[in-house]
Design a protein around this ligand. Structure first.
Ligand SMILES: [Fe+2]
Length: 192
């Protein structure tokens, strides 16, 4: 699935209000939309100038909704869905949130992973090897990818009140406009 407009993305996110990362609700304790909103809000607080990072947080787990049960692929699935609309950097950050978990599991013994995140870690490749750690550190968006992952793992608080999804519309529109301006003309024309 490819999301082609901000309106479609907002609809998709709204559908995640009653969707969970595990269909039997044995996974994280809040619905995907609540979790994505908490993650995005933490990133807005800590990285107010980086709207692409905030938006990556807002959409990072839609892969769980698009392809239920594919824990290992949910980063890639989410990235593929939003790449055309939100651009390559946002898609890369969405994809890397799974990779960054493997990095933190290997390098930061104090980092808290929820029981569900620990359960899926093995299917996602387990903690990184020394070679993988070196490769990931060289990733141009290494710091942003780690920030997203830390917000991801902190944004799972049951009952926390956050700003509604609609408050993100102008931010999504700005990020989509930036992506559009970087798109080759032929692709941009096809979308209109
Ligand atoms: Fe998440």
């Amino acid at each position: 699935m490819r999301v082609s407009t901000v309106e479609n993305l907002l609809t998709l996110l709204s559908e995640c209000a009653d969707a969970w990362d595990a269909a039997d609700r044995s996974g994280d304790p809040i619905a995907i939309l609540d979790h994505d909103l908490q993650c995005a809000q933490l990133l807005r607080r800590d990285h107010p100038a980086d709207e692409q990072l905030q938006v990556a947080g807002l959409v990072h787990d839609i892969g769980h909704y698009l392809v239920p049960g594919d824990d290992a692929g949910h980063g890639r699935n989410g990235a593929a869905a939003i790449r055309d609309l939100l651009g390559d950097r946002v898609a890369r950050l969405v994809e890397l949130h799974v990779v960054a978990k493997r990095f933190l599991a290997a390098t930061d013994t104090g980092h808290h992973l929820s029981p569900a995140s620990l359960r899926t870690l093995i299917a996602q490749g387990g903690p990184m090897t020394a070679e993988e750690i070196e490769t990931f550190r060289a990733e141009p968006d290494f710091a942003a990818a780690l920030a997203l992952r830390r917000a991801d793992d902190a944004g799972k608080i049951v009952g926390l009140r956050v700003r509604p999804i609609e408050s993100w519309r102008p931010v999504l529109e700005r990020v989509a406009a930036q992506a559009d301006s970087h798109r080759p003309k032929s692709r941009a024309a096809r979308r209109r």
